[in-house]
Design a protein around this ligand. Sequence first.
Ligand code: HT7
Ligand code: ZN
Length: 874
Amino acid sequence: APVIRLSDYQAPDWLVDTVHLDVNLHPTATRVRAVLALRPNPTASPAALVLEGDGLALISLKRDGVPLAPDSYVATPDKLTIAQPPHGPFTLEIETLVDPTANTQLSGLYRSSGTWCTQCEAEGFRRITYFPDRPDVMAIYTTRIEADKSEAPVLLANGNLVESGDLDGDRHFAVWHDPHKKPSYLFALVGGDLACVEDTFTTMSSREVTLRIYVEHGKEGRAGYAMDALKRSMRWDEEAFGREYDLDIFMIVAVSDFNMGAMENKGLNVFNDKYVLASGDTATDADFAGIESVIAHEYFHNWTGNRITCRDWFQLCLKEGLTVYRDQEFTSDMRSRPVKRIADVRNLRAAQFVEDSGPLAHPVRPAAYKEINNFYTATVYEKGSEVVRMIGTLIGHDQFRAGMDLYFERHDGEAATVEQFVQCFAEVSGRDMTQFMRWYAQAGTPEVTVKTRYDEEKRTYTISLKQTLAPTPGQPDKEAMLIPLRMGLLDKNGKDLPIINAQDGSIVRDVLILDKPELTVAFDGMAERPVLSINRGFSAPIKLVTDLTGADFALLARHDSDPFNRWQALQTTALRLLIDNVSRLRVGGVPRADDHLIAALAAILDDAGLEPAFIALCLMPPGEGDIAREIGRDIDPDKIQRARQALREDIGIRLGAELSHAYERLTSSEPYSPDAASAGRRALRNVALDLMAATGASPAFTRASEQYAAADNMTDRMAALSTLVQHDAPGRAEALDDFYSRYAENALVIDKWFSLQASSPHKSTLDKVRALTSHPAFSMGNPNRVRALIGAFAHGNLTQFNRADGAGYAFVADAILEIDPKNPQLAARLATAFRTWRTFETGRRTLAEAHLRRIRSHGGLSRDLADIVERALA
Ligand code: HT7
Ligand code: ZN
C-alpha cells in the first residue's frame, strides 16, 4: 500500500458546493443517485477530475443532466476519472449500486440487525458513491431516502426533516436537509424499524431542540440515562465553552454492530448500543460512566470536529484530542475531578504509554500513514487530550478559554490544522508555542529524572531535572520538549510551603517549565528539607524518576494537597515493592512485605474526609500491565501475576478487619442509583471484597456468593461474580451458569460474561475461551462479541495470552486471520495486542514473533492488518 505523507498535502482540485443524494434502500441492491455541484478550486489548477470509490459499481453518469460518453471517463470500483472536465462549475450525476447486506466491514452503508446505517469516517463515504472523499471538501447535503414502509418506517439523515410521504407499493420517502457545510465523513443515513425516546432541550438563546434516541423496540426503557447525559452535555457546552447547538433536532441511533464506540455525524450520531443502553440491573456503574462520557464526546464534536473540522487526516488529533479533553473536563465537573484524573491517567499509561514505547509508536500528529483507520489510537486521542491540557497549564484557565473562543470564531466553517489551533493560544497569551509544537511531532514518552539536594547552611533546596526521549520508529534523534510540571514543596507536617525561586523565570505560578535537556532550579529560604511533590495532577504525560525516599512518599501519600500525587505516592511505593518482588521470585525467592505501604493504605482507608471512590483507587495495587511496563524487558508475566497476588493477599490479611468494617459500613439498603457518589461507595465496597477474597479465606467467598445472589444491581452482581471467577472460588461455575441463564436474552450483559471468563488468570482459560467461540451467543461477525471474548483475552489477560507455550498467541493469531476477510478494522485492532512482543523473555518473544510472521505470510491480508503486522515486526 502506498504511504500517504503530510508533507505531500495539496489543496483539492475540485470543490463541491452541494450534494443531493437519493438513496433507494434495498437489502442487497441499494441504488444511490448523487448529484454533485462541482467547481474548480480557485487556489488550485485542476486538470482531471478524480473521485474516490471503494468497491462501487457504476450504473450511470451524467454531466449537467446529459449522459457522459463512455470514452470520456474511466470508472473502476475504486476510482472515477474524468480526464477532461469542464473549466468551470458543473453538476455530475452519479448512480451507483451497493450491497448493504454483504458489507461486513461496517464501513459505508451496511445493515445491523435489519437496520440500514452508515459509517463514513474515515473513508466510508466512497463506499456509497464516488466523491472527493477528504475532509477539506465541505458541502451542503440534501438526502432523500426511499424504502419499504414495513421494513424501514424510520428514515433519518443529517440536518432537519423537510419532506416525507407515502409512495406506491408500501414504499415511502423522507427528505433531510443539512444547512451546515460538512465533510463527507460526517454524512449519515439510517433506515429501520426502530423505537424512539423523545425529549427537548432549550438552548441558551431559548431555541427549542427536539432530542430523539432511536433504539430497537423494547429497549426504550434503557435509553433514559443516555438522554439525561445528552441534556447535561448540551448545557455544559454552553456554560463551559459558550457553544450552542445549531439544528432543530439532535438524533442518536443505537446499533448493535459497530466498529468503534460512536460516531458524531452531523445531527445524527450513530452509536454502538453499548454506549446508549443502560439500566441498574443490566449495566454497571462503569457502563453508566462510559455512556455519559461517549454521549458527551460525540455531542461536543458538533463544535470541535463538525463546525470546525480537520484539513486532512493527519490533523485527526485536532478534533479527537480536543474533544477527549472536553469530555474529560465534562466528567470532572459532573463527577469527582481527582477520581476522573486518576482514572484517565491509569488509562493513558495502560494504553498510550504502551503504544508509545513499542513498534506502533507514532506522534500525536503522524507524518505518514498507510491506513488511516489504524491511527484512531490512544496517542491521537488520549495523548492528544493531554497536549491540549498542557496548553491550559502553560497559559492558565482564562487565557485558555480566550484561545478557544478565538479558535471557534476564526475557524468556524473551516477545515483547520493543528498550527491554526495552537496559534490561537499563542496570540491570546503572547507565548511563543514553537517548542511546544514538538508534542505533536515527536513520538515517545519523555522520561524526566529528578534529583534533589538540600543545603542546610545556605537554606537552599535544589532540584536538578533531566529529560530524555527515547528513539521511536522513524525518529532516532529527539529534541528537548517543553514540559510543564505543576509542583509543590511540603514541610515535615505535610503543609505546602510557599515556592520562592528568585533565580530565573522557569517557574510560573506553581508550574516549573522544563524546556531544556537539563535544568537546575534552586529554592531559597528553606528552613528545613522540604519534600517535593512534582507533576501534580499529572500536568505532563511523562515518566518520572525521582530520588524521593520511601518516607517522602509516605508523607505525600498522607498529606499532599494534590490528591493525584497522594494516589501516585502509593502507586510508586507499591510499584517499587512489586518490581523488587518480581526479581526475588525470578531467582527462586519469596516476596517481601512492606509495612509502610500497609500503614499508608490503612491511613487512607481510615480517612473519613476522603471520597470512597478515591480510597478505592488507592487500595488497588498497580495492575499487571503497570508492572510489566515498568520492568520493560525480559518480562515473565507469571512472576508479575504472583507478585501482585502476594501483595493483594498481604493487604487482605493485614487490613482484614478494616476492610471487613468498610464492607459492612458501605452496605446500602437504598435503591440503586448510578450517581457518582453512590458508585464510589460501591467501588470501595467491592474493592474491599476483592482484597478480602485475595486471602483465599472462605468467609470472603461466602460473602461474595451472598452478594452475587442478593444484588439488586449489575455493579454488585458483576463485582461478586468477578471475585469468584478471578480467585477461582468454590461456587464459581454455578455462579457463571446462573449469570448466563439470568441474562441470556441481553447480548450486552452476556458480553460481560464472556469478558470475565476471558480475563481469568487460571491456566484453563484458553480452553474455555476457545470453547466459548462456539457458544451460540458468540459471533465472529459482531465486534462487541469479538472484543468481549477475544479482545479481553488478548488485551487484558497478561499471563494467559502470553502463555509460555505460545498457545495464547496461536489462538489469537488464528482468530485475527479468520476475522480479517470480514472486518479488517476489527482484525487490525486485535492484532495490536502483539505490539509488546519484544518486551517478553526469549521463549515468549520467539513464539509471538513466529505467530506475527505467520500472519504476515498469509495471503490476501487487508491493508489494515498488513500495516499493523508489518509495523509490529519492523
Ligand atoms: N470520530 C469517530 C471515529 C469513528 C471511527 C473511525 C474509523 C472507523 C469507524 C469509526 N467509528 C467512529 C468516533 C469518535 O472519536 O468520536
Ligand atoms: Zn471523537
